[in-house]
Design a protein. Structure first.
Lengths: 382, 383
């Protein structure tokens, strides 16, 4: 197996093989945690402000007032109860698909498979609903979620296993698996599982209103949001508070050190990619069970790719995935207003996302140079 | 846990400020007499109409055809247009509809993509009973779907039939090429009508079909176009969301092309023969006039060349006078309502008789909407 790509600018790279790499968050105490959190927030926040300023220049070049645009973006994303619910509903699937990239990222793997896992998850959920026809709604709903999660998990775990045991580049493997997933979806939806009544939009048989996952009480946002938040919290606990997470991050920090310490690197990779896939698969089942009520080509939403963006912006931290998802969800929610009020093209939102992505990635080079987060250049475990 | 305050999105502001409310109320009371005394000069406030497109509205295709219809409405008095493009067939379109209703005050929506209907339009129509939703696709079922929903569609295969005549008379290799998205009834009907049109004037003509698998696949469309041209095809046409790539490629490789959805002649000044275009401006104007007059509108509205739902692009330079004459004859028959495309006997391309001799399936015949075959003369498979 090859050496994993190190994404975080970790000090581990400077540690001699055989020596345990430092894992900063562990045994750090309250003060240290807060300082680390502030440090972790300050850099991306500064990058966010810089991105907004650059976007403002871009807007000004198109002849519009950037501040009016900022105001409408705020109004369209967080400014009214309607807008905020719009943001939440867009953020929910991103939290889940982001984990498909964020979890393997902790092991130093760059996976892009969220889209494929989500599509496969949705397809599996729709198939489960067909298979469970006649059972109670609770059984159908559970069956859909489990089937989606499982299939999504296996889908990316396959790429993880190829990586761990055959040395196949996981980035390419997951990317190509996305295309295969979409082709499979189209084949199955237009063939074996096609509802004969779906003439011009081939779809699986509808799962039925009783089997739909409804909205959260009191707001116009479906239960997927709770699943997304729960998945992020669980993933954070797993990665930061368990021996599995410790081992996984060790693999990400220095794979040779992990191997020398006798860690089952291959198994860790397969499990982490599986869990990431479970999360994205869940996003697919929820898309079917809460929105579409059937599986068809509309399942190819691009949430998987936006999830990659979210995971990188969150630097692979499952908790940070939540605010970043809300941010990108909010940008998506306000995009329509920019088109309608300012007659800006849809691509404006992509420009903002692109600027944001580049400035936050660029800001990573400032880590360790800021006032808040100064760590010894070398050194063992604290 | 984050919990916004209001239960459902409503037209009222999220946090009604009591002071603002008071000021507003007193202002309103103060203006009552002046309104009552003012002579009735101003008509009703403009009707805000929202258009939602699944792709870019300058795609030389499906979305542009609708955007041209929207532009025609924008010129009408008492109508205000709001447009949003690149809205996927996900919860995003539900939110765009709600946003247009809540923030722009839209009372009539044209969510134009076929896939917007179920579940998105149906769900929003139940939530917003005072808003009218008009959808492109002809999917409305009386009794099953909400009252405030309507659906329209055009028999564009009539225009494809005429375009097929032009193609059949222009080709030298007798090989036509058709690049299509998916083998669904609507697409198969276009391929078949095109082929029947071509073979009505040139029995030697065949149409080779390539399905790309999805509505917007520019790379695959280009590959398909190149592959068909390499096989000797000298007239190309398509049924994808944007025929731009195919049209440009045909022009660059020096063959002919007939268009679809919108007018693509600007992309192929030499090789563009004609094209099957939508004429949504007419349909949308009719709806607005019905609604402005407070009349009931038909929930299911369909039409072809005769009703002005579809039209043909003006003939290109490469179309000969004799060809124009033949095509115009067929068009005149459609305009007179005497033309039937699916007149038996018609065989499919495996030799099976799909429409028996003596049987006529007229344009409105619902069996045509379940089409699952390719007629004789089409080279390709439905699956």
């Amino acid at each position: 197996m090859g050496v994993g790509v190190s994404i975080e600018t970790s000090d581990a790279a400077t540690v001699a093989p055989g020596k345990a790499p430092p894992i900063p968050e562990v045994h750090m105490g309250i003060g240290g945690t807060i300082r680390a959190a502030v440090g972790a927030m300050a850099v991306p926040l500064a990058a966010f402000v810089v991105a907004l300023a650059l976007f403002g220049i871009f807007i000004a070049l198109t002849g519009r007032n950037p501040f009016a645009v900022y105001y409408q973006m705020y109004r369209g994303s967080f400014g009214t109860a309607f807008s905020f619910q719009n943001t939440l509903i867009r953020a929910a699937p991103l939290m889940l698909t982001a984990l498909a990239t964020a979890l393997p990222l902790r092991l130093g793997l760059v996976g892009l498979g969220g889209e494929g896992a989500m599509v496969m998850g949705g397809l599996a959920a729709a198939a489960a609903a067909v298979g469970l026809t006649g059972h109670s709604p609770l059984a159908v709903k559970s069956g859909m979620l489990i089937a989606g999660a499982l299939v999504g998990g296996l889908w990316i775990a396959f790429a993880g296993a190829l990586r761990a045991y055959r040395g196949v580049n996981e980035t390419i493997a997951t990317l190509l698996l996305n295309y295969i997933a979409i082709a499979l979806l189209n084949h199955i939806v237009e063939g074996p599982l096609r509802d004969p009544a779906s003439l011009n939009k081939p779809s699986t048989p509808p799962i039925g209103d009783d089997n739909m996952i409804g909205n959260l009480p009191g707001i116009d946002v479906h239960w997927g949001l709770v699943w997304g938040l729960a998945a992020c919290f669980l993933a954070w606990i797993l990665m930061n508070r368990t021996t599995f997470g410790f081992a996984a991050r060790m693999v990400g920090g220095n794979v040779r050190a992990a191997l020398l310490n006798g860690l089952p690197v291959g198994r860790l990779i397969v499990i982490a990619t599986f869990l990431g896939g479970v999360s994205a698969g869940l996003a697919g089942s929820i898309e079917v069970a809460a929105i579409h009520g059937t599986a068809n080509a509309s399942l190819v939403t691009g949430y998987g790719y936006t999830g990659v963006l979210v995971a990188f912006l969150a630097r692979g931290n499952p908790l940070a995935v939540i605010p970043v998802s809300l941010l990108l969800g909010g940008i998506g929610a306000s995009g329509g207003l920019l088109q309608r009020v300012f007659e800006l093209p849809d691509a404006t939102v992509n420009v903002l996302q692109g600027i944001l992505f580049i400035s936050i990635l660029f800001s990573e080079t400032f880590y360790g140079r800021s006032l808040f987060r100064r760590r010894p250049a070398t050194g063992g475990a604290p | 846990m984050i919990r916004p305050q209001s239960r459902l999105p409503s037209r009222t502001p999220a946090r009604p400020h009591s002071l603002r409310l008071l000021v507003g109320l007193s202002l309103a009371i103060a203006t009552i007499p002046s309104i009552a005394l003012a002579p009735r000069v101003e008509a009703a406030p403009p009707m805000t109409v929202g258009f939602i497109y699944v792709g870019p509205k300058t795609d030389y295709g499906y979305n542009q055809a609708h955007a041209e219809g929207a532009a025609a409405l924008a010129k009408m008095p008492g109508v205000k247009i709001r447009e949003e493009e690149m809205v996927p067939e996900t919860v995003a379109v539900q939110k765009t509809m709600e946003s247009m209703i809540n923030l722009d005050g839209a009372t009539l929506l044209f969510p134009t993509s076929f896939g917007y209907f179920d579940p998105h339009i149906l769900k929003e129509a139940q939530k917003n009973t005072k808003v009218t939703f008009l959808h492109c696709g002809g999917l409305y079922v009386p009794g099953k779907h909400p009252e405030n929903v309507g659906s329209y569609f055009g028999y564009i295969d009539e225009a494809q039939y005429v375009a097929g005549i032009v193609a059949g008379l222009t080709t030298k290799s007798n090989k036509l090429g058709f690049i299509a998205a998916k083998p669904i009834p609507q697409v198969l009907r276009n391929i078949n009508s095109y082929t029947l049109g071509a073979r009505s004037v040139n029995p030697k003509a065949t149409t080779s079909v390539i399905f790309t698998g999805d509505w917007s696949m520019p790379v695959k469309e280009a590959e398909a176009a190149n592959s068909l041209i390499d096989q000797g095809v000298d007239v190309l046409t398509s049924h994808v969301d944007s025929p731009k790539v195919i049209t440009e490629l045909a022009e660059r490789r020096g063959i002919y092309v007939t268009g679809y959805h919108a007018n693509q002649s600007a992309l192929a000044p030499k090789g563009y023969l004609t094209g099957a275009e939508w004429n949504w401006g007419k349909v949308y104007k009719d709806y607005i006039e019905w609604l402005q007059a407070g009349k009931a509108y038909p929930h299911l509205l369909r039409g072809g060349l005769k009703e002005g739902f579809v039209k043909l692009s003006p003939y290109g330079k490469a179309v000969s006078a004799a060809t124009k004459k033949k095509a115009d004859e067929a068009k005149a028959k459609f305009m007179a309502g005497t033309m039937v495309i699916y007149k038996g006997p018609i065989k499919d391309n495996t030799g099976k008789v799909v429409i028996a001799a003596g049987t006529e399936e007229k344009q409105t015949d619902v069996t045509l909407e379940k089409m699952d075959y390719l007629v004789e003369g089409v080279v390709g498979k439905t699956h």
